[in-house]
Design a protein around this ligand. Structure first.
Ligand code: PEP
Length: 251
């Protein structure tokens, strides 16, 4: 089954207002006319509105880098789905390995974020991935299954259609070490097979599974040629307009 490719840039904790507007304008320019794929940017919260303004005449989508499960209230440091929507966002990254590792977000918190995003109408981009130690111990599939089952607990089957999954091996994020196309394809296939067991085959066949981990202009084409890789979640290379534009324009 052919799924519409999604190329997403995660800007993490980078960009001033000025940098963000400049970068967003470059992405809008180089993605114009690409009608066979989706392009998405996840800027820091501080620049969501400005980036939305720059992108308003483009097709580029906007996501927040995380999201709270409540609509509003005493949650210092958090951002609500309603706030993301009002700033022009339509999606939220959830469960990024930096949230899991640095900020100790566990399955329960991640699941709450996931369900909260869906409840208020945001598309969750749900990140999973094993560490190097887990891979070397032969635990990759076990870890991914646990992350998927716990993170997606209680998700209604109809909502799964809207969900995007991102496989991001932790050992490949920001390290310059990319999973080989064979390694990535093997895991993507595993994820899709598991989603078919957890939900149903038609859903698993329609869910987009992105690969993330040192995606660059020189490896994107080979990764995107794999049957179960439907897009990329890009960190470092998304901060460089020329590199990200090449990635968006993968062949
Ligand atoms: C990421 O942070 O989601 C990521 C994949 O980063 P990088 O592309 O820099 O490895």
């Amino acid at each position: 089954m052919k799924r519409r490719p999604l190329l997403a840039g995660n800007w993490k904790m980078h960009t001033t207002v000025e940098d963000a507007c400049h970068l967003a304008a470059e992405v809008a320019k180089c993605s114009a006319g690409l009608s066979d794929r989706d392009v998405l940017l996840a800027p820091p919260y501080t620049v969501l509105t400005e980036v939305a303004h720059v992108l308003q005449k483009s097709e580029v989508l906007i996501a927040s880098q995380s999201v709270c499960w409540e609509e509003e209230g005493a949650f210092t440091g958090e951002i609500s789905p309603a706030m993301v929507l009002s700033a022009g966002g339509t999606a939220a990254i959830i469960g990024h390995s930096e949230r899991r590792q640095i900020f100790h977000e566990d399955h329960e918190i991640i699941n709450k974020r996931f369900l909260g995003a869906l409840k208020f109408g945001l598309i969750p981009i749900f990140c999973i991935g094993e560490t190097l130690e887990e891979r070397e111990m032969g635990k990759t599939f076990e870890i991914l299954e646990e992350q998927l089952r716990e993170g997606l607990a209680g998700v209604d089957i109809k909502d799964m259609k809207k969900t995007v999954v991102a496989y991001e091996p932790v050992w490949a994020i920001g390290t310059g070490k990319t999973a080989t196309k064979e390694q990535a394809q093997e895991v993507h296939k595993f994820i899709r097979t598991l989603l078919a067991k957890m939900f149903e085959k038609a859903i698993a066949d329609s869910v987009r599974i992105l690969y993330g981990g040192s995606v660059k202009p020189d490896n994107v084409d080979a990764l995107m040629a794999q049957p179960d890789i439907d897009g990329a979640l890009v960190g470092g290379a998304a901060l460089d307009a020329e590199s990200f534009c090449r990635i968006i324009n993968f062949i």
